[in-house]
Write a protein that binds this ligand. Sequence first.
Ligand code: F6R
Length: 607
Amino acid sequence: MCGIIGYTGSNNSINILMSGLSALEYRGYDSAGIAYFDENNSIQTIKSSGRLSSLSEKISDRQISSLCGIGHTRWATHGKPSDINAHPHSSSTVSLVHNGIIENYAKIKSFLKSHGYDFLSETDTEAAALLLDYNYKILKYPIKAIAGTSAMLEGSYAFAILFSDIPDTIYALRHDSPLILGVGAGENFAASDITAKKKKTKNYIALEHGEIGCIKSDKIEVVDFSANIIKKPVLTASWNFEQAQREGYEHFMLKEINEEPQSIINTLHPRIKEELPDFSCDSIDFDRIINSERIHIIACGTAMHAGLIGRMLIEKYAKIPVNVEIASEFRYNNPILSKNDTAIIISQSGETADSLAALRLAKSLKAYTVAVVNVIGSSIAREADSVLYTWAGPEIAVASTKAYSVQTSLLCLIAIQMGILRNTIDIRFARKIVSELVSDIPEIIKSIINKSEIIHETAKRISKSDDIFFIGRGADYYLSEEGSLKLKEISYIHSEAYPAGELKHGTISLIENNVPVIAIATSEYLISKTISNLRETKSRGALTILICNEKFNFDDIDIVIKLPAVSEDLAFLPTVTILQLLAYYTALERACDIDKPRNLAKSVTVE
Ligand code: F6R
């Protein structure tokens, strides 16, 4: 969370900083600010609470000429969104932007207060900025001051820093939180991720934990805390950045749902040969995976929900027990892992702080770590033993959609491969599922998107509700969790998901007249049970909504949304599209800010 940008070169830095911040705004949008060297080489700061547009307004009536500056878009952790709490935070010698959390900021603050420092803001970041000022005044050299400051800080942080007496240089420090250095021609950058400098260069250096970047317009040096130069490769981002435009769609979320069919094809196609899985283009040790005693799938939010589907498929096809763990719980629960286990970390961004920490923990316990990640070169992708990329392209809307579809379809292919290698799946069945996955499912998803009137109508009926419940059994319960998360995240309607049989153990007391209960029933074996549970809510006044296979008819249910014919094992894919569209249209009816829901950020780089 929070986005950092820095620019030094021969162009006016302000436009470049603002365009970088606009690309990074998905990381947080509570406030924004810039600091830059003016024509007289003194640092000026402009900041504003609220969206980036408020900062733009403040800047628009000024004639600024600047060749070097830093910028920030904030997701508030310490201190409410306000002009004062907005970054950059400055002293007479330094100006600093920060992504992360300084955990010992209170201690640093009282230390600095005892040395005569005054604080303006409520933020943890100001403590880091003033500590750097303190160290710079004593140690005189930027690298020494940064290293000395880092040694006193606890937490995770990425900084971009201007020193007031070094007008053409940006210093960048990475301590856990992500940071890359963009390599241009006669101009260079620091940024939280590659999308921030997409219009300028695709070349970048990935800064690692404990590395400092010294960025001038004509060169970049990366050094350690003793100022030793570290040789770093220049990488090239392979995304087509045009994908990061809305292209006529009203919202990124709708665009990204529409991209699901192609994203599934892009992710699976290179990994299929003669209708069977073929992972020869990935460096992944399947022997180690299939001989694991246990598989742990670790992730957060939607990625964790994808992991639940993965568990179901791996256990069904490969018969290996799978734990699905919420990363923020896993890391503090003394997990029992060994070299005989595999840990699969799922993350769209590849930067989620809890998932990254869980990966490091699993590695330290000697488990084989496999990352399923969408962002190339992200921290989780770099640190895992093996990485399987999902090829969904940039996901900009805060609510994850196409990432879930590619994660679950890739997990399905992995499960089939494991089943084949362990001889626990029939090869003809494997071929059937693989070909359906890559050929039929994308078409089925397209047909759902193209005939979404009933979903929109349903959204209108539920959009005035205060509470909405989702129920299902097995995979349908996992889908209920995802449908409920998506709905509450963007429409702000309170929602809960329950295993259908569990409702009557307490929660059913919340059902009263017209409370929508959405049942997902894609399994023929379980549908009669789920319908009984839905009827139990109807007899208590609920507005009943059912998502089920096209061959079923239930006249007593208020709204039935039918899935086109699809194998039960793959029904999760078109069903999730229905749930995402339902959340989308409900939020649209309520005029919510769909792509940037309140209090959220796309990339959760704090724990
Ligand atoms: C919900 C959503 C989040 C993310 C979660 C993990 O729509 O997007 O729940 O899934 O924050 O993010 P990644 O996948 O980037 O690790």
